[in-house]
Structures are given as structure tokens and as C-alpha cells.
Design a protein around this ligand. Structure first.
Ligand SMILES: Cc1cc2nc3c(=O)[nH]c(=O)nc-3n(C[C@H](O)[C@H](O)[C@H](O)COP(=O)(O)OP(=O)(O)OC[C@H]3O[C@@H](n4cnc5c(N)ncnc54)[C@H](O)[C@@H]3O)c2cc1C
Length: 461
């Protein structure tokens, strides 16, 4: 029975975002058998997200210039000979093998080469009231609006740090939501550090102008050096308390003011989704600017594990242009391994150039350590296990401030999200060491929430 659920391919790709699609297009054009697995309902990944077939957005979503590349990429991908499996969650892997669940059934993909392109997830920094209904991460708001056509409310505030705030504002505006304010915790001067990287990159520059124009047109002011201090409401968010922060992100409580809203988007950047890579044994590194762990790849996207390649956000947060360039490069590196063809110098150079510009941006918007002072003693820091800041701090004081010690001490990070939500800020909060490099996440199978039947019925390797 389980033999029916085994697929064979030359290359298995995890993720149908810009990185995975770019790699798949090159490999399929070269005649290789390619299977792409993605847990989403359609190809596109986070940035080129498509609505489910048959559903419609409330209004036309305004698109920045970079999305033209996305349309071209998707069109080539749709016409290619790639086998795309949507709704397919990869929950276990080893070199040459990917186990996934699709439509409740347990599947195995046998493939000689693997390209990892699973993207990233939102970084959460807890503040009082962040668990109230109506308070969402910036990414989740975009998924609601652009991925499902849902209008999340009438009056919104978007707060956090980094380039993802701007697409969140434009998505909300397109859906007819009144955006009261957009709050960027970084100061304008700190953000200017990204300028050399942006000025040398025409695409990023025109993207920045496009967003500036959209905000201006809608009368939304981007307030630098401001953030959200907390949210209040009876059963759901009704008010946001906002105010200024100092240069390290510490709240200046004397500046607090209250704004009536029914939606809050909080986005403090992204964290690379490296669990699959770690489980495969790939080497990772702490990325200071990005304040997260990323997979280590060589100049042609090879990881430390033979026949496993990686591209896009898993190698460090960078955005769609980096993801596409690295996806191309990874595909050429696979072709080199299979057929001995040389990796084109231009492809290598483009990936390096895009990554350089992205790193400059990442440094300028690195998470400010003082933002970890937003949470109060009774603020829930792990929402799966309902652990407050005071409990997490008591556990760290008793057992030590390693991620494992905090987990064992108070169960924070042991719930269904497996520390994807609380993990990146848990040590900074519980151990009161906001500038330390966080420990590597502990990864265990299943890497995604799947049915126990899927694990029991997994086809043998
Ligand atoms: C929620 C969210 C919204 C974003 N919105 C924007 C935006 O509007 N503008 C912008 O410039 N940038 C946005 N970004 C940043 C975005 O990550 C990059 O710009 C770009 O999409 C990265 O491309 P990628 O191919 O590396 O990853 P992604 O585009 O994230 O694609 C990764 C894909 O892998 C799939 N996947 C992950 N793990 C598994 C698994 N175990 N099994 C199966 N499939 C898996 C995911 O479903 C996803 O489709 C967003 C990021 C997030 C997290």
C-alpha cells in the first residue's frame, strides 16, 4: 500500500517561493525530473502569494515593481514540466529522501539532490496585549489580505521594524482598511545605513520610491523611532498604546498615547526557517545583523551536506530578489553535480550582488535590544503553553538561560509551534540578555504538525 505513495525525481525542492521556483525552472528546462513540495495551496511563496482558485480579493492589491518579476517567474513555472505538490508538508528528511503529508496521506519522495527553499517566519517581540484577537504579525496580516482576500478590520496600526512593514501597509490600504499610522522602531539615521547598499541597486531604489509614493498618496505617516507599547480591549483589540523609543529601542513611557484601532500588525523582521536544514545535518551560523541562525552555503549554494543545496531566506533574510538569484545559482550547482557543466560566472555574481545589498538592509534594521523591555511581568511570552514573562524569568534564574533550560524549566517553546513564535526572543526576555546570540533551536521529527497516522504509515526509506 505505502509503495503507491513513493515518488521518484532527480531533484526534490522544498518550497515554491521565489527561490524554489527559480531553481525548478532552470532544472526542468535542462530536462531533469523535478518535484516541488509546498505546504501552501498554490505556488508563489510569501511574496508572490496567490489566492486559492475561485476566490477574490476585496480590492485590487497594489503591487510594487518587483512583482513583475514574480509574474514572469510564476508564468514560466506554470508552463514548465515541474511536478508541483501543493498542500504537501515536509515533516522528515534525510539526504536523498523527503517525507511529506498531503491530503492526510503519508508520502515519500526519493531524489538524488535536494534544494531547500522553505523561506522564513515572522519574528515576534511580545508586548502587553499582543495575544488579543485582532493583533497579528505583519506577515499573518498579509496572508489574510493577499492570500485569502479577508478584510481584517476598519482601523489599523502597523508597528515593528524593517522593510516588511511597508508591504503590510499597502496590503491593508488595498483592502480598504484605514491605516492610522505606521511605526518604525529604528531611527531614520540608523536606517540611512542601508543607503549605500540601496543606492547601488536600482531595483531596490525604485521599490523604496514606490512604497514612499503609496504612503504619501494615502496620507499615512511613517513615524521613525516609534513603536507599540501595548494593546487593550474587551475580548479583542480596541486601543493601541504607542510611543517613542530611544536609540536602543527602550520605550520612553512618558511619550505614550492611545489610539483607537481594531487591527494591529506587529512585524519585527523575519527569522530563517532552518529546521529542515538542521535536521539534515547542515552547518548553520549565527547571523549578527539578522539576529537569527541561517544555513551556511558555499559560493554556489551547496550546504555542508553532500547533494543538499539551499537558497533564499533559509540562508539569511534577504527578500525576493536574493531568493530568485540564489535559486538560479543553486540549480546551476545541481547541474554541475549531475552533468559537470560550469556554473555561469554572471549567475554567481548576481547572487553575490543581491545578497550584499540585502545584508546592508538587514544591518540597518537589526532588532533593537531595548524592545524586549516592552513585555511586563504578566505578559504571556509563550502563547502555546501560556507562560508569562515572570515565569520564564524565574525558570531561567533557577535552571540557566540556555533555550533548553528555559524550556525544561517552564515548558515555554514546547507547544504546537515548537518555539517558532517565542523561541527567537525567549532567551533575550527570560535571561535578560537581549544582545546575546540565541541558542540553535532544538529540532525534532515531525518538523511540521502532521497526523500521527502519517508518521506510523510513512513509506520506508
Ligand atoms: C508571512 C510573510 C510575508 C511576507 N511578505 C512579503 C512581502 O509582501 N514583500 C516582501 O518583499 N517580502 C515578503 N516576505 C519576505 C519573503 O520571505 C521573501 O521576500 C521571499 O518570499 C523569500 O523567498 P523564499 O523562496 O526564500 O521563501 P518563501 O517565499 O517564504 O517560500 C517558502 C515556501 O516554502 C514552503 N515551506 C516551508 N516549509 C515547508 C515544509 N516543511 N514543507 C513544505 N513547504 C514548506 C512555504 O509554504 C513557502 O511557500 C514575507 C515573509 C513572510 C514570512
Amino acid at each position: 500500500m505505502s509503495a503507491d505513495r513513493v515518488l521518484q525525481a532527480d531533484v526534490g525542492i522544498v518550497g515554491a517561493g521565489p527561490a524554489g521556483m527559480a531553481a525548478a525552472n532552470v532544472l526542468a528546462a535542462a530536462g531533469l525530473r523535478v518535484v516541488v513540495l509546498d505546504e501552501g495551496h498554490r505556488a508563489g511563496g510569501q511574496i508572490f502569494r496567490q489566492l486559492p482558485v475561485g476566490s477574490h480579493n476585496a480590492g485590487a492589491i497594489a503591487e510594487p515593481p518587483s512583482h513583475h518579476h514574480g509574474h514572469a517567474l510564476l508564468a514560466t513555472f506554470d508552463q514548465s514540466r515541474v511536478t508541483l505538490r501543493c498542500g504537501a508538508s515536509v515533516w522528515d528528511a534525510r539526504p536523498g529522501r523527503l517525507w511529506f503529508e498531503q491530503d492526510g496521506a503519508s508520502w515519500l519522495l526519493r531524489c538524488r539532490h535536494i534544494v531547500l527553499a522553505p523561506g522564513a517566519y515572522d519574528r515576534c517581540i511580545p508586548f502587553p496585549g499582543w495575544t488579543l484577537p485582532g493583533v497579528l504579525t505583519a506577515g499573518a496580516l498579509q496572508v489574510m489580505v493577499r492570500g485569502f482576500g479577508i478584510v481584517p478590520g476598519k482601523r489599523a496600526i502597523v508597528a515593528g521594524s524593517g522593510p516588511l512593514l511597508l508591504p503590510t501597509v499597502t496590503a491593508l490600504l488595498s483592502a480598504g482598511v484605514h491605516v492610522v499610522a505606521a511605526l518604525e522602531a529604528s531611527s531614520r539615521w540608523r536606517a540611512l545605513r542601508a543607503l549605500p547598499g540601496v543606492l547601488g541597486n536600482g531595483a531596490r531604489l525604485s521599490e523604496a520610491f514606490w512604497y514612499a509614493r503609496q504612503l504619501l498618496k494615502a496620507g499615512v505617516r511613517l513615524r521613525w523611532g516609534w513603536t507599540i507599547f501595548g494593546c487593550e480591549g474587551d475580548g479583542r483589540v480596541q486601543r493601541a498604546i504607542i510611543g517613542k523609543v530611544d536609540r536602543s529601542g527602550r520605550p520612553r513611557r512618558e511619550t505614550a498615547q492611545t489610539v483607537d484601532v481594531d487591527v494591529v500588525g506587529a512585524g519585527f523582521g523575519l527569522v530563517p526557517s532552518i529546521e529542515l536544514g538542521l535536521h539534515l545535518g547542515c552547518t548553520s551560523r549565527w547571523h549578527e545583523g539578522g539576529a537569527g541562525h541561517a544555513l551556511v552555503v558555499d559560493a554556489e549554494q551547496r550546504t555542508s551536506v553532500e547533494n543538499v543545496f539551499a537558497a533564499g531566506e533559509i540562508c539569511g533574510i534577504g527578500g525576493a530578489e536574493v531568493a530568485m538569484a540564489e535559486g538560479h545559482l543553486a540549480a546551476h550547482a545541481v547541474l554541475h553535480a549531475v552533468r559537470g557543466t560550469a556554473v555561469p560566472v554572471a549567475v554567481r555574481k548576481k547572487a553575490r550582488r543581491e545578497r550584499g545589498a540585502a545584508d546592508a538592509m538587514l544591518r540597518a534594521f537589526a532588532p533593537l535590544p531595548g524592545l524586549h523591555e516592552l513585555a511586563q511581568a504578566d505578559t504571556v511570552v509563550c502563547r502555546c503553553e501560556d507562560v508569562t514573562l515572570a515565569t520564564a524569568q524565574a525558570a531561567a534564574a533557577l535552571y540557566g538561560s540556555s533555550l533548553r533550560a528555559i524550556k525544561v524549566g517552564c515548558r515555554a517553546g514546547m507547544g504546537p509551534c515548537q518555539a517558532r513564535i517565542c523561541g527567537p526572543s525567549l532567551q533575550a526576555l527570560a535571561g535578560r540578555e537581549p544582545t546575546r546570540a540565541m541558542d540553535l533551536p532544538v529540532v525534532q521529527v515531525p518538523l511540521k504538525a502532521v497526523r500521527s497516522e502519517t508518521i506510523v504509515n510513512a513509506p520506508p526509506a
